[in-house]
Design a binder for this molecule. Structure first.
Ligand code: AMP
Length: 215
């Protein structure tokens, strides 16, 4: 088992760039945010435990996240390469991921850090809209749908994530700075960190990632 980590602030483009990487590789996507949002919708054990923290833009406690990730790593083949998106987010999660990979005979081999200026993060998050039906992502000005409020792909209704409100965006960026930013130095010291400019076409950023993974 192998792990590739996408590291970056909320709004850095982790989700969009992941989709481009996945379309051109056989990696297995593991987004803790996506799994938790689905869990909130369906009322799963993890969703119920996480909902309050997510609404407030706070991190879900490490023990819950690590239990969730460990359950996702079980029962997959040993030659799986995971693309971790939005995980790990704290130093204890880094340790938990190491232990989990070790348990499955693998390790984290690359960490891609999506470097993005704060003004761009705020503008991306506040304009972000998602399709209720298929999950496709849009942006009011950067990637507008053909018909306002309607998904081009499936005709579903677009909505704004509750944690993309202005107040919660600022909170999430502060939480990132306080709890996640230190991961850049942790992985840099290990020689695993590769910087990607996320202020470019997501397809180009994904190509850079795929090229670096292959070399
Ligand atoms: P995301 O979609 O990655 O921005 O995650 C949305 C929200 O889910 C975050 O603001 C947190 O409340 C929660 N979350 C997702 N991943 C994690 C994680 N690795 N650790 C703690 N909380 C998380």
């Amino acid at each position: 088992m192998r792990g590739i980590v996408l590291l970056g602030a909320p709004g850095a483009g982790k989700g969009t760039i992941s989709q481009c990487v996945l379309a051109n590789s056989n990696l297995t996507h593991l987004s803790t945010g996506d799994i938790l949002r689905h869990g909130v919708k369906t009322g799963s054990k993890f969703g119920r435990a996480a909902e309050g923290y997510m609404k407030q833009g706070q991190l879900v406690p490490d023990d819950i996240i690590l239990e969730l990730v460990e359950s996702e790593l079980d029962d997959v083949s040993r030659d799986t390469t995971f693309l971790f998106d939005g995980f790990p987010r704290t130093p204890p999660q880094v340790k938990g991921l190491d232990a989990a990979m070790d348990h499955h005979g693998g390790s984290v081999t690359h960490v891609f850090y999506l470097d993005t200026p704060r003004e761009i993060l705020i503008s991306r998050l506040s304009g972000r809209r998602l399709c209720k039906q298929c999950g496709a992502g849009y942006h009011l000005t950067n990637i507008p749908p053909k018909k306002p409020g309607i998904c081009d792909a499936c005709g579903g209704q677009l909505y704004q994530r509750p944690d993309d409100s202005e107040e919660t965006i600022i909170k999430r960026l502060d939480v990132y700075k306080a709890q996640t930013e230190s991961l850049i130095a942790i992985y840099d010291l290990r020689g695993l960190l590769l910087r990607i400019n996320s202020n470019q076409d997501p397809g180009k950023a994904a190509n850079e990632i795929l090229t670096m993974m292959a070399s």
